[in-house]
Ligand binder design. Structure first.
Ligand SMILES: Nc1ncnc2c1ncn2[C@@H]1O[C@H](COP(=O)(O)OP(=O)(O)OP(=O)(O)O)[C@@H](O)[C@H]1O
Length: 241
């Protein structure tokens, strides 16, 4: 549940109140699903002779709580309007007034939700305030199918789950300059109790150890100077696009 709550905090500072945006699962792709085989064997229309568009991979950004993921992603989204798409999460909670199935969420029963869990449909799922929430692999692919790029802002366990899927994601790790700086940022954000601060710092240590494993991530960015970190992130993602 820890990582989902993190996303909830992110969302509270964003314009949307839906859980789907809290998870920040967004598909970054410009592609259709046309394959090379199809285009070389069946095309007749001139447009179809063009080189097939390569699907852009979802981009997973992870890093300890307080390292600056939300800060950098907000800036990235603002700088590239129309590039990123939001995935729609599943939830067992009832729709609120104005919420439509398939828009804010895929509203589902607990039985249906558990069936999806059993078949391994979710990248991550958790309970929050008595309701289940989950982000499915299909939800990420659905955004990609709309011609948008997906960013998944998740923690270490989510990263490991994504690696088990066929999403072919790219993994960026945002690293704090030091544990002291991380602690200062979390304290400065004013969102933590002494207990939650300690939990986040303990978890941060685990994330840093995982990130040190060879091949855990495709790109590691140290968020020391915010401008420099943003530039590095923007350049890396732009190159992927
Ligand atoms: N390079 C930086 N230098 C100093 N402060 C920073 C820097 N980057 C982010 N911050 C500040 O650190 C705090 C934590 O950043 P942010 O909330 O973006 O972290 P996060 O990784 O999204 O955390 P969580 O995973 O808990 O959502 C914020 O108050 C932010 O303004």
């Amino acid at each position: 549940m820890h990582f989902l709550l993190n996303r909830a905090r992110f969302s509270s500072s964003s314009s949307s109140s839906s859980f789907s945006s809290k998870l920040l699962l967004r598909t970054l792709t410009t592609a259709t699903t046309t394959t090379t085989t199809t285009t070389t064997t069946t095309i007749k229309h001139p447009a179809a002779r063009m080189a097939p568009v390569t699907p852009k991979p979802p981009i997973v950004i992870s890093g300890p709580s307080g390292t600056g993921k939300s800060t950098l992603l907000k800036r990235l989204f603002a700088a590239h309007p129309g590039t990123f798409g939001f995935s729609v999460s599943h939830t067992t909670r009832l729709p609120r007034a104005g919420e439509a199935d398939g828009v804010e969420y895929h509203f589902t029963t607990r039985e249906a939700f558990e069936a999806l869990v059993a078949e391994g449909a979710f990248i991550e799922h958790a309970q929050f305030s008595g309701n289940c929430y989950g982000t499915s692999v299909k939800a990420v692919k659905d955004v990609a199918a709309k011609g948008l790029v997906c960013i998944l802002d998740i923690e270490m366990e989510g990263v490991k789950q994504v690696k088990k899927t066929d999403l072919n994601a790219k993994f960026i790790f945002l690293k704090p300059p030091s544990m002291e700086a991380l602690k200062a940022r979390l304290e400065g954000r004013g969102t933590e109790t002494p207990d939650s601060l300690q939990k986040r710092l303990t978890q941060a240590q685990k994330e840093l150890e995982y990130a040190a494993e060879p091949g855990a991530h495709d790109k590691i960015i140290v968020n020391d100077d915010l401008e420099a970190a943003y530039k590095e992130l923007d350049e890396y993602i732009t190159a992927l696009l």
